[in-house]
Design a protein around this ligand. Structure first.
Ligand code: ADP
Ligand code: TRP
Length: 332
């Protein structure tokens, strides 16, 4: 039997290089080896209160980007989370045994409390429980995600194991974060600090659908400094981030070339950024080409999403039926 894989991306906009190299690139490879479920996490996106108009457009963007990256509806189950109501039922059961203290300690929750103190809602608090339900509903063991999701995976294991203990059954297997690279990936952003992420703002992200002009402009405005002041010095975060991005999109020769220039204090950031931008344009070219075509093919999108919902529900219904029996729900 093939192992089961689940992963999702919140529908808060278009996919960026962080989503691609942290998650979707692994999805594409995994399709041939595993029983894969890839979804658009639209319920998760409600924590930030999108308008009804934005919500639908954002979901569509992620489906289109998934397909443009090479997700194949014949190989994987590609679906929209809100098409599978069984997930919320499992979320409710798991919530009954998720404790306030452990939810409050989640790093992602603490970050949100710090960054948006006026929007600390219960959905944010129980975000990791919904994520656990997404994974456990298909009894997945492998979850391709970026580095920032590691703690959520640990929580998913805790909730699954707690359920197993409570009902005295080895029912849910343990899910682990997965990457084909030896470490989970963290793609830095362009603002000189931290990861590339939608919540960090558009200027910080390179989207797969960005035009070459937009990519060049964003990279040219990326944060740098006055240049190295000593030979072979350690790079400050903003500069290291740009080198890390180059490591992802450029050849090894290009990276070594600029690294040597930096170490000799002969680097010109203008040239460095130009090269980085051109390599990003090349890396995103195949996706950019397909995004437009797919976005205009509504009949195809509808077919993909319908087929995905059907396959995902089949698996989810099987789990919910068994979970209900374990909990003790019986028909009269
Ligand atoms: P964002 O952080 O932009 O809101 P999501 O939270 O929806 O994106 O992330 C979806 C997937 O993409 C997750 O698996 C996450 O780990 C991965 N991901 C997002 N940003 C990055 C990044 N900068 N580096 C690596 N992986 C990332
Ligand atoms: N929490 C993930 C993120 O913010 C998205 C997500 C929701 C997810 N449910 C999931 C990822 C299940 C993997 C599996 O990036």
């Amino acid at each position: 039997m093939k192992e089961t894989v689940v992963s999702g991306i919140r529908s808060t906009g278009k996919l960026h290089l962080g989503n691609y190299y942290g998650a979707v690139k692994n999805f594409i490879k995994m399709q041939d080896e595993y029983n894969c479920y890839f979804f658009i996490a639209d319920w998760h996106s409600l924590t930030t209160h999108p308008t009804p108009e934005n919500l639908h457009g954002n979901i569509k963007n992620v489906v289109v980007d998934y397909l443009a990256c090479g997700l194949d509806p014949e190989k994987s189950t590609i679906y929209v989370q809100s098409d599978v109501p069984e997930i919320i039922e499992l979320y409710l059961y798991l919530n009954m045994n998720a404790y306030l203290g452990e939810l409050e300690r989640a790093t992602s929750f603490k970050d949100k409390v710090r960054s948006s103190p006026d929007n600390v809602n219960a959905g944010l608090l129980t975000y990791p429980v919904l994520m656990a339900a997404d994974i456990l509903i298909h009894k997945a063991t492998k979850v391709p995600v970026g580095k920032d999701q590691e703690q959520h995976l640990e929580m998913a294991r805790t909730f699954g194991n707690r359920f197993n203990r409570l009902y005295n059954q080895e029912y849910f297997p343990e899910p682990y974060a997965f990457s084909y690279t030896d470490k989970l990936v963290k793609v830095p952003g362009l603002d000189g600090k931290g990861k590339m992420g939608k919540s960090e703002g558009d200027a910080n992200c390179i989207y797969l659908s960005d035009t070459p002009e937009a990519i060049r402009k964003k990279v040219s405005r990326a944060v740098t400094d006055g240049g190295p002041t000593e030979e072979n010095q350690q790079k400050p975060e903003a500069i290291q981030n740009l080198f890390d991005l180059m490591k992802i999109v450029s050849t090894e020769d290009t990276l070594t070339h600029f690294d040597d220039l930096y170490n000799k204090m002969a680097i010109r950031y203008g040239d460095f950024k130009k090269q980085l931008a051109e390599d990003m344009v090349i890396a995103t070219e195949p996706m950019r080409q397909r995004i437009n075509d797919i976005a205009n093919d509504n009949a195809y999108l509808q077919k993909v999403v319908r087929l995905g919902a059907e396959k995902a529900r089949e698996s989810a219904q099987r789990t919910i039926k068994e979970v209900r029996e374990l909990i003790g729900f019986k028909s009269f």
